[in-house]
Design a protein around this ligand. Structure first.
Ligand code: TGC
Ligand code: FAD
Length: 405
C-alpha cells in the first residue's frame, strides 16, 4: 500500500514546493500556453499598454474611435489573424483569443474593431465568398486598408434576426437592396459592408461598397457605452449592387450565425481582459488606499471582493482556453461558445461593478479604467446574442426543448 501511494505523495510534495502564484495569474495559466501563444499575447500586451492606454480615456470621453491605431493593429497581423492565406496570419484560435484578451484589457472598443473586421467581415468572405471576392477583399482587409462592418440587426429585429425586413430583389445582373440595419459597429468608417438580406431564395449575404448610390450611414451618438467605437445605422434605398457581390457559399440564417460563432468566441476571451484590468486596478488601489488607519486591502470585506474577482477570472480564462483548444482541434460546438460568452461577460461585468466599489468615489472617474470597462461591458452583455439568448441556447441544448418563442 505504501509503495502504491508514493508517486501520489511525491506529486503532492511537488505541488507543496511550487512558488507562490502571481496575483494576476493565480492558476499559472501562462504554463498552459505555447511559446508562440505567449509571444502573441506579450506583443499585443505591449502595444496596448504603450500605444492604446495613453489615449483611450480621451477617446472614450470624446466619443471617438482611435483610428490612428489601425495600421499598427494590422502590422501585428491581428486582422483576420485566425484565417489562412490571402495575407492573413493563419494563427491558431488560442492566439486569436489571447489577442482579444489583451485588446480588451485596453478597451472593448479595440477588441470590437478587431472582432468585427476579422470574424464578422473577413470571415464570411473567407468562408462563403467566391475566389474573386476573397482575392479582392481579404488581403486589403488584413492590411487595414479596407475596413468592414457586419449588418444583421435591424430596428425591429435584434435577438430574432429571422424576421429581418431588409430585402434584396434580383434585377438582371444586379440586386436591389432596401432596408435599414441598426447598431452596426464600424458602420460609419467602413469601406465595405457585409449585409444580410432576404432574397427570393432565403437570407443571403451581400458585399456593399461605401459610395454605392442608395447606401448611406449615420452614426449613433450620445452612447454611454462603447464610446471609443463607431456604432451606426446603415440605410439602403434602391441600392443597386452587382449580382456577383452576393456571397455564393451560404443561404439562410446559418450564414450570419456561423460568423457570430467566431466573434462570440473572441468575446469569451476578450472580456477576461476587461476583468483583468478591473481586478488589477482594484487590487492596486486597495493596497495603497488607507482608511481607519490601514490599507483597505487589510479589511476582510475588501479581501472577499478581490478573492471573488480573482477566482472568477481564473475560471473564465480556463473556460476560454479549453474552448480554444477544442476549436483548434475542430471540436468546439456553438453551445460551448454560448456558455463561455454568457459566463465570461456576466462575470467580467460583476468584476467591474465590484472593482468600482473598491475604488470608492475614484471609481466613477476616467482616471481609472473601471467605470469605462463597466459601461462597455453593458453593451457586450447585449451584443452578439444577449445574456438571455445564450441562456436559452444552452437551456435548449441540455433539455432538448426550445424556449425562444
Ligand atoms: P434556428 O432555427 O435555430 O437556426 C436557423 C439556422 O441557423 C443554424 N444555426 C447556426 N449555425 C451556425 N452557428 C450557430 N450558432 C447556429 N445556430 C443556428 C441552424 O442550424 C439553422 O440552419 P439551417 O441550415 O438548418 O437553416 O434559428 P432561430 O431563428 O430559432 O434563432 C436562433 C437564435 C435565437 C439562437 C439566433 O437567432 C440568435 O443567435 N440570435 C441572437 C442574434 C445575435 O446574436 N445578433 C448579433 C448581431 S451582430 C453583433 O452583435 C455584432 S457586435 C460586434 C462587436 O462590436 O464586437
Ligand atoms: P431585443 O432583441 O429587443 O431584446 C430586448 C430584451 O429582451 C433583452 O434583454 C433580450 O435578452 C430580451 N429577449 C429577447 N428575446 C427573448 C426571449 N426569447 N426570451 C427572453 N428574453 C428575450 N448588430 C449587428 O448586426 N452588427 C453589429 O456590428 C452590431 N454592433 C453592436 C454594437 C453595440 C454597441 C450594440 C449595443 C449592439 C450592436 N449590435 C450589432 C446589435 C446587437 O446584436 C443587438 O443589440 C442584440 O442582438 C439585441 O438586440 P436588441 O438590442 O434589439 O434587443
Amino acid at each position: 500500500m505504501a509503495d502504491t501511494l508514493e508517486p501520489a505523495r511525491q506529486a503532492g510534495h511537488a505541488t507543496h514546493r511550487a512558488p507562490a502564484p502571481a496575483p494576476m495569474d493565480l492558476y499559472n495559466i501562462d504554463h498552459l500556453l505555447t511559446e508562440d501563444e505567449r509571444l502573441v499575447r506579450d506583443t499585443v500586451r505591449t502595444f496596448v499598454r504603450e500605444r492604446a492606454l495613453p489615449v483611450i480615456g480621451e477617446h472614450f470621453e470624446a466619443g471617438t474611435f482611435p483610428r490612428q491605431l489601425v495600421p499598427e493593429i494590422a502590422e501585428m497581423g491581428l486582422l483576420g489573424m485566425h484565417l489562412d492565406g490571402y495575407g492573413c496570419a493563419g494563427l491558431n484560435a488560442v492566439c486569436y483569443g489571447l489577442a482579444c484578451q489583451e485588446l480588451e484589457y485596453g478597451d472593448s472598443g479595440l477588441r470590437s474593431f478587431v472582432s468585427v473586421q476579422g470574424s464578422l467581415a473577413m470571415f464570411p468572405i473567407y468562408a462563403f465568398g467566391s475566389e474573386k471576392q476573397k482575392e479582392t477583399w481579404l488581403p486589403r482587409m488584413a492590411k487595414g486598408e479596407v475596413i468592414g462592418c457586419f449588418g444583421l440587426t435591424e430596428p425591429d429585429f435584434g435577438s430574432d434576426p429571422s424576421g429581418m425586413r431588409t430585402v434584396a430583389a434580383r434585377d438582371g445582373d444586379s440586386y436591389i437592396l432596401n432596408g435599414t440595419k441598426m447598431w452596426i459597429t464600424n458602420g460609419g468608417i467602413a469601406d465595405l459592408a457585409v449585409v444580410w438580406a432576404k432574397a427570393e431564395d432565403g437570407i443571403r449575404g451581400f458585399l456593399v461598397e461605401r459610395g454605392t448610390p442608395g447606401f448611406t450611414t449615420s452614426d449613433v451618438h450620445h452612447k454611454l457605452s462603447l464610446r471609443a467605437s463607431v456604432t451606426s445605422e446603415l440605410h439602403f434605398e434602391d441600392c443597386r449592387i452587382p449580382a456577383e457581390n452576393m456571397l455564393p457559399g451560404v443561404r439562410g440564417l446559418r450564414g450570419p450565425l456561423s460568423c457570430l460563432d467566431e466573434a462570440r468566441y473572441g468575446i469569451a476571451w476578450g472580456v477576461n481582459g476587461a476583468a483583468m484590468a478591473c481586478y488589477e486596478s482594484a487590487l492596486n488601489y486597495a493596497k495603497s488606499r488607507a482608511q481607519f488607519g490601514k490599507p483597505i486591502a487589510g479589511f476582510q470585506l475588501t479581501q472577499r471582493k478581490l478573492v471573488v474577482m480573482a477566482t472568477e477570472l481564473v475560471k473564465a480564462q480556463l473556460m476560454a482556453l479549453q474552448l480554444g483548444r477544442l476549436k483548434d482541434e475542430g471540436l468546439a460546438h456553438p453551445v460551448q461558445v454560448s456558455m463561455a460568452k454568457r459566463n465570461n461577460v456576466r462575470e467580467a461585468l460583476n468584476t467591474a461593478r465590484e472593482a468600482r466599489s473598491v475604488l470608492g468615489a475614484n471609481g466613477i472617474t476616467l482616471e481609472y479604467p473601471v467605470s469605462r470597462h463597466m459601461n462597455n461591458l453593458e453593451s457586450v452583455y447585449t451584443y452578439e446574442g444577449t445574456d438571455d439568448i445564450h441562456t436559452l441556447i444552452v437551456g435548449q441544448a441540455i433539455t432538448g426543448m426550445s424556449a425562444f418563442a
